[in-house]
Design a protein around this ligand. Structure first.
Ligand code: HEC
Length: 95
């Protein structure tokens, strides 16, 4: 049973990894808004941003960020490269 659950979890992970919109909804929308335009936390809207992938990797590595970078570092700490790529592609399509 435990093995089955682990396998299910792994499959779900693989599906969500390719689903940028899904990743965005569960990991970003609460702070950046459903359409990437919420600026109550982020200094500017992220909708349509082209270099999101580099930014997220930079936050993870601690080389990117402003005053509130700790918030973003925590938010993206557990993301893998596939998730980052997928969610970044999705962010670039937001208008
Ligand atoms: C807990 C709230 C929170 C979550 C969740 C969050 N962010 Fe952020 N995000 C912030 C804050 C605060 C900043 C500004 C950080 C700083 O001062 O550098 C920011 C900055 C950014 C920036 C840089 C914007 C700029 O002006 O350069 C990008 C890109 C970004 N976030 C994308 C994302 C993506 C994609 C996700 C989901 C994977 C996400 N964020 C999740 C709060 C959050």
């Amino acid at each position: 049973m435990k093995k089955l659950l682990t396998m299910l979890a792994l499959c779900a992970g693989a599906i969500f990894a390719a689903d940028g919109a899904g990743v965005y909804g569960s990991k970003c929308a609460m702070c950046h808004g459903a359409n990437g335009k919420d600026t109550s936390l982020s200094p500017k809207p992220i909708a349509g941003m082209a270099d999101t992938e580099a930014k997220i990797k930079g936050y993870k590595a601690g080389t990117v960020g402003g005053e509130n970078k700790a918030t973003m570092q925590t938010a993206v700490a557990d993301m893998n490269d596939a998730d980052i790529k997928a969610v970044s592609a999705f962010v670039s399509t937001l208008k």
